[in-house]
Design a protein around this ligand. Structure first.
Ligand code: PLP
Length: 453
């Protein structure tokens, strides 16, 4: 699609709608001439040049990519009105769009019943899930894997809940026997399973966690902020297909967080939380004398902790889902390409004499490190840092990210490396753009050059 054309259409559509309300005098205090704006804009775009090229496949670092053009146009068009999805009084059209996209996400996870809403981030989505966990099991703690996102221990602190980290197995997944022993103490009310860890993209065995938790009368929240859309690849027969067991189990869990601003092609400001039991709405009960007055239908602010939220975020997701729905044939194809790229790159790294695979990718995150002589943690750490910096600053740049692996985790995967330090940085690439697949030969060649120094 032609972004310039549709951005123009967004402005035209807004103008046409606004004209229905009749003319009024613009206020001089807001007047800005094109000349003044032009100067400020030139400075502004100059400042923005100080950025990494997230759009390009040579950026193979963190979970960053621009939104789909459809999301850009959807966001911009709604933003020109600037609805607030807190209440139907603030944005009736976009609040209805939000309810529809939430229903689609619930359907994607196979939830028969749901209560949910968008949030500004995965952090807030997870906070809400932990808040409900605390209300349902006051006095009992929350367990999460040692490899879970740091937000869980942080938000336990905010909520005054005891958070306990459960050790990870050699693949970076929550260790089931350690969890079983912890839950037997009766101290835990909710366990967090991560469907796609931030560091390595490891998928906790949600189905096994659910079975253990239910045996102990414990709830399960799934943090699928990063990995959630990969459920579209569950049980798919091709190379990108995933073991369906953990993904199917999400439908039986108590809550799930997923971030459309990661793998849902959205701009930032778009997370989501879904609860299986709509009755948890009672924990959100509050009065708001200045909102909730135009309709007796559910106002989204009545079931969320945040007040103001961008209606434009719901609009962008709604428009994107019209074109790339959360189905295996829609958005699933975008994720499948990134996953195939991760598998293909891992195969190339395994054959390399200068790079080594840290572990097999489960989703689209590739973890690897340079071969060093001697093979010690400190040398690997230095070489990873050198490649990261040289990649960004040299000719034909590549942009990577690093991940700190502690000595125990490193040696569990690569026993022949000498642990002369507490850990080492390794290299990490999230291949979340489908274009990574065709760019891969070049990326790999450049990485090998950098590794050779
Ligand atoms: C698994 C997981 N949970 C939570 C978060 C936090 O989400 P956000 O950055 O949207 O607040 C992330 C971010 O990368 C994540 O990967």
């Amino acid at each position: 699609m032609d972004l310039e054309r549709w951005v123009g259409q967004a402005v035209a559509a807004n103008r046409e709608w606004a004209a229905e309300f009749g003319p009024f005098d613009p206020h001089p205090s807001l007047e800005v001439s094109d000349e003044r704006f032009g100067a400020a804009f030139a400075e502004f775009t100059g400042r923005l040049a100080d950025n990494y090229p997230f759009f390009h496949p040579r950026y193979a670092g963190q979970m960053l990519r621009p939104p789909h053009p459809a999301a850009v146009v959807g966001y911009l068009t709604a933003m020109l009105i600037n609805p607030n999805n807190h209440a139907l009084d603030g944005g009736p059209a976009t609040a209805r769009m939000e309810k529809e996209v939430i229903a689609r996400l619930a359907q994607m996870f196979g939830l028969d019943t749901h209560l949910g809403h968008l949030t500004t981030s995965g952090t807030i989505a997870n906070l809400e899930a932990l808040y409900v966990a605390r209300e349902l099991h006051p006095g009992r703690g929350v367990a999460f894997a040692a490899e879970a996102h740091y937000t869980h221990s942080r938000m336990c602190g905010v909520l005054g809940v005891v958070g306990t980290a459960v050790e990870a197995d050699a693949a970076g997944r929550l260790d089931i026997s350690a969890l079983d022993a912890l839950l037997a103490t009766g101290r835990i009310g909710t366990v967090v399973a991560t469907a796609g860890t931030t560091g390595l993209g490891a998928v906790d065995p949600v189905h096994e966690i659910l079975a253990v938790a239910r045996r102990h009368g414990v709830r399960v929240h799934v943090d699928a902020a990063y990995g959630g859309f990969f459920t579209l690849l569950a049980g798919q027969g091709d190379r990108a297909g995933l073991d369906p067991a953990p993904w199917r189990a999400i439908s039986q869990c108590d809550s799930v967080a997923v971030d459309p601003h990661k793998h849902g092609l959205q701009p930032y400001g778009c997370g989501a939380v879904l609860f299986r039991d709509p009755a948890v709405a009672r924990f959100y009960l509050h009065d708001s004398p200045y909102t909730y007055f135009t309709s007796t239908d559910l106002h989204l602010g009545e079931i969320s902790l945040e007040c103001s939220r961008a209606g434009a975020a719901a609009a962008a997701l709604w428009l994107t889902f019209r074109l790339l729905p959360p189905t295996p044939d829609g958005l699933g194809q975008v994720l499948a390409a990134g996953r195939r790229a991760a598998l293909a790159w891992s195969a190339l790294i395994e054959k390399s004499d200068v790079l080594k695979l840290y572990q097999q990718p489960e989703l689209d995150i590739v973890s690897y490190f340079p071969v060093t002589e001697p093979a010690t943690l400190s040398r690997i750490d230095q070489a990873s840092e050198r490649i990261l910096q040289a990649g960004m600053t040299g000719p034909d740049p590549v942009f990577l990210s690093t991940l700190r692996a502690d000595a125990g985790a490193f040696l569990a995967r690569h026993g022949s490396v000498r642990d002369d330090a507490a850990g080492a940085r390794i290299l990490r690439s999230v291949l979340m753009k489908p274009e990574a697949e065709s760019y891969l030969p070049h990326l790999h060649e450049r990485l090998e050059q950098l590794a050779r120094g």
